[in-house]
Write a protein that binds this ligand. Structure first.
Ligand SMILES: [Zn+2]
Length: 456
């Protein structure tokens, strides 16, 4: 009898264990099955069966890439080049983060039926980018290296973000064997990953800090004699600007005036504002992340704080981040996060739909309005209203010394205030020379293409 009871107990214990094991598996399956199936090495999803593949189009439905059998790119060579830093190449030198990030949304994974392919339908990713504006931007950049980007500062949609040099993925040049330097950094998406010495566009950051922390900054006047001495060091201007108001100092981009402003701010405050405004931070969206910029003002000698305040010293900015910052000024002091994927669908199901995401207030509405007026004054009295495709533009130029025998980097950042075109932009041209001279003609072509693209 005892033996029978013991056997029954052992059997019962086994049944309990088995049931518990099944329960654990079911729970794990419910929680993790999607990531098991969708993991990047999964041959079922990403291999030749290609259930996870689909097409990528621009904002107007223009086909940019079809991955159903290998990678087929756009018909138009210029579009293929202009889009390569977002769509990747076949060799894997440039990745396709938007596809890997949204792979499961394109497949439409279901825990009951597994991966399904919707019959003939495929996944589709719709980008916010315009192939027409991308093309115009690529052409406008010519042989220059750098980036030009435009985004809607109310919705966050990136309309254009071109990185040069760019090559045709259907006709790959000998980049590894190149000794001329024309393909340097060809694999890098400069909009996301580069950091540039900003030069005078950084005076935007210094101006925000001054407007927020020096109560009478707009009533002060500054005297520029061409140099400000700091013992054996000095800060210099291109000219003797004489007596200037804060607004005039920003218009003339007077280094000496900004050196005096830096003295009032101090390195710690400047450092705090660079962080608050995102300059020294990185941001992420749609599976991509930007490189953070840099500022080294805190605890530095006065002359170095002054050089930091005018966009030199150790200053570095990332183009995507800086575009978002000027967008926040346009948007009344609150930034809107940029994005590049507007919609993802798996078969007939919409599985991802983007919407505007606020990054919070980074300056008071008053500061934003004052700076907007100052940047508007720059266009009216220096850059020329006739040079911006008929738009009402607010901007700041920069000519960033990068050392060695290199020509300065030409920089230009700002925004359009016309109600129907809420566009913020950045242009960065490596070794371009004078900011205003080089960047404004490039920007005009891009804004002109935006006008056609976004016409109501
Ligand atoms: Zn000056």
């Amino acid at each position: 009898m005892n033996r029978v009871i013991n056997r029954a107990k052992a059997l019962f214990a086994l049944v309990i264990l088995l049931t518990a094991g099944i329960a654990v598996f079911v729970v794990e399956y419910l929680i993790y099955s999607e990531s098991w199936v969708m993991f990047p090495g999964s041959p079922h999803v990403y291999g030749h069966s290609n259930t996870g593949d689909g097409i990528v189009t621009d904002r107007d439905g223009v086909l940019l890439m079809d991955t159903v059998s290998g990678k087929t790119y756009a018909q138009d060579e210029a579009v293929r080049k202009a889009m390569i830093h977002w769509l990747g190449d076949r060799q894997g030198n440039i990745s396709t983060p938007v596809l890997s990030h949204y792979a499961r949304e394109m497949v439409g994974y279901n825990i009951f039926s597994g991966v399904y392919d919707y019959g003939d339908a495929t996944g589709q990713v719709t980008l916010t980018l315009s192939s027409q504006v991308q093309k115009a931007a690529l052409e406008a950049m010519g042989d220059y290296k750098g980036t030009v980007a435009v985004y809607n500062y109310k919705t966050g949609e990136i309309i254009c973000a071109v990185s040069t040099p760019a090559y045709d993925p259907d006709n790959v040049p000998d980049i590894a064997g190149d000794t001329t330097g024309v393909w340097d950094g060809a694999y890098m998406n400069r909009f996301l990953k580069s950091t540039y010495t900003p030069g005078s566009i950084f005076k935007i950051v210094t101006a925000v800090a001054a407007l927020e922390t020096i109560p009478d900054i707009q009533e002060q006047t500054f005297t520029c004699a061409g140099t400000v001495e700091y013992g054996i060091d000095k800060v210099t201007c291109m000219a003797e600007h004489g007596t200037l108001t804060f607004k005039d100092a920003f218009l003339r981009s007077c280094n000496c005036s900004f050196a005096h402003i830096a003295g009032q701010l101090g390195g710690e405050t400047l450092q705090r504002y660079a962080k608050l405004l995102g300059v020294t931070e990185s941001m992420s969206f749609d599976g991509v992340s930007t490189n953070a910029g840099n500022l080294q003002a805190q605890g530095q000698a006065d002359v170095l704080v002054a050089w930091s305040a005018i966009g030199q010293h150790k200053d570095l900015i990332n183009p995507c981040q800086f575009m978002t910052l000027v967008g926040a000024i346009a948007n009344g002091g609150s930034g809107v996060k940029p994005y590049v994927v507007s919609q993802v669908s798996g078969g007939s199901y919409t599985t991802h739909e983007a919407s505007a995401e606020s990054m919070g207030r980074v300056m008071s509405r008053q500061t934003a309005q004052t700076l907007q007026a100052m940047m508007r004054n720059n266009v009216e009295n220096s850059y020329g209203d006739e040079n911006f495709a008929g738009f009402t533009v607010c901007a700041k130029s920069g000519t960033a010394e990068v050392g060695g025998d290199k020509k300065p980097n030409a920089m230009f950042a700002g925004f359009v205030t016309d109600e129907e075109y809420p566009l913020a932009f950045i242009v960065a041209v490596e070794e371009g020379g004078f900011g205003k001279t080089v960047c404004v003609p490039i920007l005009e072509k891009v804004l002109s293409a935006c006008k056609t693209e976004l016409a109501p």
